[in-house]
Design a protein around this ligand. Structure first.
Ligand code: FES
Ligand code: FE2
Length: 340
């Protein structure tokens, strides 16, 4: 059967959630049990005991290995059974006694899992500007009743902000803005030139009034979005969202907001973090309403215009990865204009 989601790195949990107990995670159509061995390294196995199918996540850790709660089979981080308690001493577990293991990585405070049993094709996404001096960051975890594709389109779509976040993040200025869209080796990006930023709460609090701004939205296939605002005076924001599909229309989004505000960064965070949560809740409500309506009307085709800049790239990448085709090639620049 064709997997519902492409094999990729997905954030399974935060590092802080994985301590001395096994941790169950359902993502990308799979059910994993995550645990740490005695050295603290993370491991991910299928959460189903090879013996009679009990959930390994209901078991416990013994010397850095995972013991099934039903008959006590013991698993190492590679998914191999190292002990069957009911067998007489000296008798080894059968060769077939193992469960699928998935590659796991711990990086920048998250545990990532590669959703295929094969070796990963690359490393997980690294959050830009995460630990750099002068930068502050905070994390958000948001549950959306929407597909990964719907979430990414929303995060990388400027026109919705004038309506869903009217007055908070963007106010309709009805100015035509130039945009350059480029296909890259790992997705696509849109760069906006001279966009309006007056009349919104966020920009009046968090942006310099006169400094020039560079704004680039990036889709990093198949499940990451990055929004980057850099000002000529050194102020800089990078907002990265990593989507983990839970079910077809349920996505857990881990967002890292990094910004360079120098020493007063922690103070700025006191305003910025609650504002960001307010704005993301507006998207949660909009996407939930969209989802309910799609259920009522059925999955019909959408009508797009040239103002839907990155959505076609997101759709093309995901279709290619799901169907096992080559991803879209690196392409020419496309120049567009949209009104914001
Ligand atoms: S079901 Fe796990 S040991 Fe029997
Ligand atoms: Fe939004």
């Amino acid at each position: 059967m064709q997997p519902a989601w492409p094999h990729a790195w997905y954030i399974a949990c935060r590092s802080s959630e994985l301590r001395s107990r096994p941790h169950a995670v359902s993502a990308a159509g799979q059910h994993w049990v995550l645990f740490r061995d005695e050295a603290g390294a993370v491991h991910a196995l299928a959460d189903r005991c090879a013996h009679r199918g009990a959930p390994l996540s209901a078991g416990r850790l013994c010397g850095g290995q995972l013991r099934c709660p039903y008959h006590g089979w013991l698993y190492d981080g590679s998914g191999r059974v190292t002990e069957v308690p009911a067998l007489p001493a000296g008798m080894r577990p059968p060769q077939a006694a193992r469960v699928p293991a998935y590659t796991a990585r711990e990086q920048q405070g998250y545990v990532w899992v590669w959703s295929g049993e094969e070796a990963p094709e690359h490393e997980p996404h690294r959050f830009a500007n995460f630990d750099a001096p002068g930068w502050t960051h905070f994390r958000m975890r948001t549950r959306f009743e929407a597909s990964v594709e719907a979430c990414l389109e929303n995060f990388l779509d400027c026109p919705h902000a004038s309506f869903v976040h009217k007055g908070w993040f963007r106010a309709p200025a009805a100015r035509t803005v130039k945009v350059v869209v480029r296909r890259s080796s790992d997705g696509a990006q849109a760069e906006y030139f001279d966009e309006p930023r007056s009349g919104s709460v966020v920009w009046s609090l968090l942006a310099p009034r006169r400094s020039a701004m560079r704004h680039v939205d990036r889709f990093i296939a198949p499940n990451v979005s990055q929004v980057d605002y850099a000002f000529a005076n050194g102020l800089h924001y990078t907002i990265t969202s990593c989507c983990t599909p839970v079910q077809a229309h349920e996505t857990l989004v881990h967002t890292v907001v990094s910004f360079r505000f120098g020493r007063i960064g922690p103070l700025v965070r006191l305003v910025f973090e609650p504002l960001s949560r307010l704005i993301i809740r507006q998207d949660v409500r909009m996407l939930a309403a969209q989802r309910v309506n799609m259920t009522r009307f059925g999955a019909s085709r959408f009508v797009s215009t040239r103002a839907d800049l990155l959505a076609p790239h997101i759709a093309a990448w995901n279709a290619a990865l799901r169907e096992g085709r080559d991803p879209p090639a690196v392409g020419d620049e496309q120049h567009a204009e949209i009104r914001l």
